[in-house]
Design a protein around this ligand. Structure first.
Ligand SMILES: Cc1ncc(COP(=O)(O)O)c(C=O)c1O
Length: 361
């Protein structure tokens, strides 16, 4: 029986060709972001409809830099606990304090009412995560941010191609952080980006570019100055070359993901599962099952890989001191399972997954 993977990057000949070309060129990296990196930034900026885009080497680095710009030191940042740990790490890297709040049980995105309750004089940033590619309730979150004068930085690691994050339809955060990790909808060996949506924040672009490459600025030929303690976060040419090819087929691949999600939402005999929504880019499709361990073993015996996204961050040893009771997150975290959802799945594979899930329910 063929193994069905949980994640599987959709690559073709064009990715192979561009990798070969870059390998042969001998030009694999430029910290300042010329060549393919610059091209990727232009194309992604165009795709999102943002005002500027700075490419980096991971979603983690994107969050790290965006929060650095806001200077969250000794301030509070509100986030969901149901996320990859980078969302919280990025706050600690910058000396901020993560304030975990609960999620909406229907979408598993941060609950705006819980955000409101968590605001204090020290709140500096709201950091929503568009869980599984489903956009958070950004109109409510934006309203809260305006009323309390708090910045929004979005973790859109799951949401490359979620249409409501596109400027032409609606944009909300000061900075939007993307990940191009190999399992993401736009896959690279590693990569990430920060997009800036508003003209008035455009001045941050040069600072971000300097910070992603060791604080280098004022380059003139071979001479430069160091104006800040930056990091080595720049994107390499190979990732950017692959990213340009991935971007060309992103919408087509996201439609494939949506079609799979539609079948899952209609054909899975499960009470609690991810809803079907046209705007969602379906990086993840989640279901909730009572006997998760048994269920995952049985799926594995059927050669179908499943996953858990996520074990909540506030329950991790390292985050103990920031922990508090988050009822919905904790209930969900005991039952949540991710099913395969990627463009390499055939109709036959999807039918096999649905039949297996229904058999074990
Ligand atoms: C919600 C979320 N935020 C941030 C990240 C970090 O992205 P990266 O792995 O590219 O550093 C991820 C990646 O898995 C993620 O899922």
């Amino acid at each position: 029986m063929k193994q069905i993977k949980l994640f599987d990057p959709a690559i073709g000949n064009n990715e192979k060709k561009v990798v070969n070309k870059i390998l042969k060129s001998g030009f694999w990296a430029s910290g300042s972001g010329t060549g393919y990196v610059q091209k990727f930034e232009e194309k992604f900026n165009d795709y999102i409809g943002s005002k500027s885009c700075v490419a980096v080497n991971s979603g983690t680095a994107a969050l790290h830099l965006a929060l650095n710009l806001e200077n969250v030191k000794n301030k509070e940042v509100i986030l969901p606990s149901l996320s990859f740990v980078s969302t919280a790490h990025a706050i600690l890297y910058n000396g901020g304090k993560p304030i975990f709040v609960d999620v909406n049980p229907e979408t598993l995105c941060i609950d705006p009412e819980e955000i409101e309750k968590a605001i204090t004089k020290k709140t500096s940033v709201i950091l929503p995560v568009h869980f599984g590619g489903m956009a958070c309730d950004m109109s409510k979150i934006s309203k809260i941010s305006k009323e309390h004068n708090i910045t929004i930085i979005e973790d859109a690691a799951h949401a490359v191609g979620t249409k409501s994050l596109n400027k032409k339809i609606g944009r909300h955060g000061k900075y939007v952080c993307f990940s191009f990790h190999p399992v993401k909808n736009l896959a690279m060996p590693n990569g990430g980006a920060i997009t800036i949506n508003e003209e008035k924040f455009l001045h941050s672009t040069n600072f971000l570019k300097s910070m992603r490459w060791c604080g280098i600025s004022n380059r003139k030929g071979t001479k430069y100055d160091i104006t800040n303690l930056g990091w080595n976060f720049y994107m390499n040419e190979l990732s950017a070359g692959i990213g340009i090819e991935q971007l060309k087929k992103l919408d087509k691949n996201n439609i494939k993901r949506k079609n799979i999600a539609k079948r899952y939402s209609e054909e899975l005999d499960i009470e609690t599962k991810m809803k079907f929504q046209k705007d969602c880019s379906y990086h993840i499709f989640w279901i909730q099952v009572k006997n998760r361990e048994q269920f995952m073993i049985k799926m594995k015996e059927e050669e179908i890989e499943t996953g858990i996204h996520y074990l909540p961050i506030h329950k991790m040893s390292f985050y103990k001191k920031f922990s508090k009771k988050l009822q919905i997150t904790e209930d969900v975290a005991k039952k949540i399972v991710s099913l395969p959802i990627h463009p390499n799945l055939s109709e036959k594979d999807i039918t096999r997954i649905i039949k297996s899930v229904n058999k074990f329910m």
